[in-house]
Design a protein around this ligand. Structure first.
Ligand SMILES: [Zn+2]
Length: 328
């Protein structure tokens, strides 16, 4: 297993106190070092404009390149160095996916995150869609499973009409950015290949695992991907203040392990998305990396929260909707 990373990613920032801060990667790196997991770390190959333009418009790429000092939305700041650093973030994801294509498992330790970046629009702390750029270069039958608490609207939009890229998102219902509805199932050739699973606010380990076992894995099995990318947002953790979900560290780890085992522990790339509680995010990342190596670290954030009333009902609805096109 290889970690893909670049020191310069720590230079990206929006403004003081912004949750998507350099402290996120610092905290993860420190934890990996403490656990003896900061061993096989590689830098990415650089990207070209052509790599970005497979999934983003020329206007969008040029807008980010132009820089300046202005907000692109209330949470996302454009600066002169943004183009260089956002491209580097996508390069880290791309390198990670290239390794996965060769049969390895890899972890893209990257930021700014990518899954809210649309073909022609930045937003939600994201500039380029790291995972989508990586998929564009990979040209493989790909499944993307997005575990971030927020819906991956950018990734959904970019692959909405494609049947060779399956996008599955588990996310908090009615949260940012307001997309991710159950009925948004892809269109034309891509009909049925966009799987939204909006979960009740407050859902935790039990609901996530049930969704995984009853919806995600059966669809993955039917789709039979050659490559699996996990958009690993850690903000569905109970400690995170940017959402209201209740996964704990063992819950995150269980789903990640199931995904790795589904692929026979080959051809899997984990790509960091959100996750704003510094210690919990670091703990989840370190747990996943350590499990690549067959080890288990101590979990400080293992509190079990009760499932909310209504969680079961949301899962039944999701299973019914996706069961129209897949055998569930
Ligand atoms: Zn998020």
């Amino acid at each position: 297993m290889v970690i893909i990373h670049h020191e310069d990613l720590m230079e990206h920032d929006h403004w003081p106190q912004h949750p998507e801060s350099p402290f996120r990667l610092r905290s993860i790196r420190k934890k990996l070092e403490q656990e003896g997991l900061w061993t096989e770390v590689q830098e990415p190959a650089p990207l070209t404009d052509e790599d970005l333009l497979r999934v983003h418009s020329r206007d969008h790429v040029d807008r980010i390149r132009k820089g300046g000092n202005m907000p692109l939305d209330p949470d996302t700041m454009l600066k002169d160095q943004t183009f260089q650093l956002a491209t580097l973030a996508a390069a880290v994801a791309t390198e990670s996916v290239q390794r996965a294509l060769k049969g390895e498992m890899s972890f893209a330790l990257t930021r700014p995150p990518g899954h809210h970046a649309r073909a022609n629009q930045a937003g939600g702390f994201c500039y380029f869609n790291n995972v989508a750029v990586a998929v564009g270069k990979a040209k493989a039958r790909t499944a993307i499973v997005d575990l971030d608490a927020h819906h991956g609207n950018g990734t959904e939009e970019i692959f909405y009409y494609r049947d060779d890229v399956l996008f599955i998102s588990l996310h908090q219902m009615e949260g940012y950015p307001g997309t991710g509805h159950l009925q948004d199932v892809g269109a034309e050739q891509g009909l049925g290949y966009n799987i939204n699973i909006p979960l009740e606010i407050g859902s935790g380990n039990h609901s996530y695992m049930k969704a995984y076992e009853e919806i995600v894995e059966p669809i993955l099995r039917a789709f039979s991907p050659d490559l699996l990318i996990v958009s690993l947002g850690v903000d569905a953790h109970y400690s995170d203040t940017l959402s209201n979900m209740n996964l704990n560290t063992p819950g995150y780890l269980s789903i990640c392990q199931r995904l790795m085992n589904f692929m026979d522990r080959r051809n899997v790339a984990f790509v960091l998305e959100g996750g704003y509680h510094l210690r919990a995010t670091a703990e989840v990342v370190a747990s996943v990396v350590s499990s690549f190596q067959g080890k288990q670290i101590f979990h400080e954030y293992a509190e079990e929260r009760p499932e909310p009333p209504g969680a079961e009902g949301k899962l039944i609805q999701a299973k019914k909707e996706h069961g129209k096109r897949w055998t569930l």
